[in-house]
Design a protein around this ligand. Sequence first.
Ligand SMILES: C[S@@+](CC[C@H](N)C(=O)[O-])C[C@H]1O[C@@H](n2cnc3c(N)ncnc32)[C@H](O)[C@@H]1O
Length: 287
Amino acid sequence: MTGENDGVIAAWNGVLFDKFCRFKHLLTVGLSAHSDEALARHAYPAAARVLDVGCGFGDCAQRIAAGVGPRGAVLGVDCAANFVEAAAQDARRACVGNVSFFEADVQTDDLRGPYDFAFSRFGTMFFTMPGAGLRNIRKALEPGGGLTMVVWRRREDNPWLHDAEMRVREIVPVVSHEDTDQVHCGPGPFSMASPDMVSALLRSAGYDRIAFERHDADICIGKDLADAIEFAMALGPAGEIIRLAGDEGERRKPEVVAALRETLAPYVREDGVWASSSTWFVTARNP
Ligand SMILES: C[S@@+](CC[C@H](N)C(=O)[O-])C[C@H]1O[C@@H](n2cnc3c(N)ncnc32)[C@H](O)[C@@H]1O
């Protein structure tokens, strides 16, 4: 693995893995509102061989595996050994036989291709070298093979992340990645929100037939208001600001909780806390 990406890998394998485990109930179920639709619109044929990029807990990989059937195969790849282990364990428990997982940095390592397709739900936005990552994925695809990425659209259409970030910025001093030696998640959830920028990246990584489809969905961001506040303080841009601020972030938490209670209260419904969210389904082909 490249030394350059060590801090990001350490973050995903450590502090972010722990937080994702705490909020697994929201992440796997909530985010599937986007991936289920992407996989329904861009279904994979039986017997296809598919790579799930930045697979996390591997729930998408399992879903794809069901779609491609026993003659197909799905490999989930993640740079964090803890996610790879958790994904393999979940798949074993669910008795899904045609899925397996391996640890690799998608930007630099051998991806064990060739694949007919590559899929990623919210995995590619954290690449520190997105051009290298996208090129490496393309090289692992068969000629004519397709990539589908689900990425967040612009901040303003994802208020559950953006409003929380704005409130936290008012209270907690923002420490940039460059000014701290703490590990960090990489570029962040909105790094692929711009179609112009992403299509240029894909073009220079060698893809053609690049297309963007907008998808909007309400997603559950907490069982109740307290859960939604905890979620916002732990993950996403707001959570990263609090974490990178270190002791000061901890000291300001009571103020942050009060502000987030106000910000997130309008999203409370009888069946939990629900907010609108918006993604791009980005598709591209290896010529
Ligand atoms: C936001 S999580 C998404 C996980 C999963 N796809 C999901 O939707 O629940 C991003 C994932 O990408 C992985 N990741 C980040 N950079 C990576 C890289 N360079 N190579 C492989 N995996 C990477 C992280 O370890 C993490 O599991």
